[in-house]
Write a protein that binds this ligand. Structure first.
Ligand code: ADP
Length: 299
């Protein structure tokens, strides 16, 4: 078990404050999604925790050690920058060999983990943005650390590789703290169990995603029976019967009632993302619902 604690941290660039009095204590082994619109301060938060930016005030403590003052403590962090900070003139294999010499790790293993075998002799400058990202992630996975700071790790990646990375993170997070930033609220819900919402450089929410209650719980049911006569439902887009409840339990009871009456339900889905309510006033400032992502989520 590890603990990352930020106490009244204010940070920024050349005297201009970006983070204002940020305080939270992460003490579960879990993936914490750092969610916020572009420009909210997510990267600044990572840079401050990683010790790249010295805060104007406040403390960053990991397992009782001050991350700002202790170089030793910082060695327990693996930081994936938002930018692909990989040496362009080297080959993939050459760069990873170089890092492995300094920090250890099995290059062959990360090459296959990130599906980089076929690209290993290519120069990094000749790779696409997504391929460069895979090299950056391979570097992060070379060594195991206790705290992972991953700034938009899946941007520019195709869905299959993104899923692979999330699965690795899920395994890692069993006994580590993983901070994972995103500006996509659907990704946030899929990836993490805990949420740190950053809004205008301050913490808008810190807690479990499962504790976030929707104001309304809308459910879509697919069935061949016309259920509008049995329950309060309306036939909506996509052939779903749509119903509104105030809790998931109410939805479950209605489903039970339908099944008891012999209705064959082939699918039941939650139609809204509970994180949506939280961001309502952020949505016009760039918080994306994600291109190509359905507003219909399985339950
Ligand atoms: P996010 O990661 O949430 O998109 P950032 O932390 O990158 O947000 O940016 C937060 C604010 O800090 C923005 O207003 C941005 O313009 C400013 N900022 C970021 N990097 C620098 C920098 N190197 N110098 C000055 N201002 C910066």
């Amino acid at each position: 078990m590890h603990t990352l604690e930020l106490a009244s941290v204010s940070s920024g660039y050349e005297g201009k404050r970006v983070l204002h009095d940020v305080t939270f204590k992460a003490q579960e082994s879990a993936i914490y999604v750092i969610l916020g619109p572009n420009g909210a301060g997510k990267t600044t938060l990572f840079r401050t925790i990683a010790g790249i930016l010295e805060p104007y005030s406040g403390r960053v403590i990991f397992d009782g050690e001050d991350l700002i003052r202790s170089k030793e403590a910082r060695k327990r962090i693996n930081y994936l920058s938002h930018y692909n900070a990989v040496p362009e003139e080297m080959t993939v294999r050459g760069a990873l060999d170089f890092y492995a010499k300094i920090e250890g790790g099995d290059v062959g293993e990360v090459l296959s983990l990130l599906s980089l075998d076929e690209l290993k002799d290519k120069r990094i400058s000749d790779l696409s943005q997504g391929q460069k990202k895979r090299v950056s992630i391979a570097k992060v996975f070379l060594t195991e650390r206790d705290l992972y700071l991953l700034d938009e790790p899946t941007s520019n990646l195709d869905p299959a590789v993104s899923k692979e990375i999330r699965d690795i993170l899920l395994r890692l997070s069993k006994d580590k703290i993983v901070l994972y930033s995103s500006h996509n609220l659907y990704e946030a819900r899929d990836v993490g169990t805990n949420l740190i919402l950053v809004r205008d450089g301050a913490i808008g929410y810190f807690g479990r995603i499962s504790d976030i209650k929707s104001r309304e719980y809308r459910v879509g049911i697919r069935t061949t029976t016309d259920i509008t006569k049995l329950v309060d439902a309306k036939l909506g887009d996509g052939g779903y019967y749509v119903m509104s409840f105030s809790t998931p339990e109410e939805a479950g009871l209605t489903l039970k009632k339908l099944v008891e009456r012999g209705v064959l339900v082939t699918e039941m889905r939650q139609l809204d993302n509970p994180l949506q309510d939280l961001f309502e006033d952020s949505s016009d400032r760039g918080l994306a619902a994600g291109k190509g992502t359905e507003a219909v989520e399985s339950i």
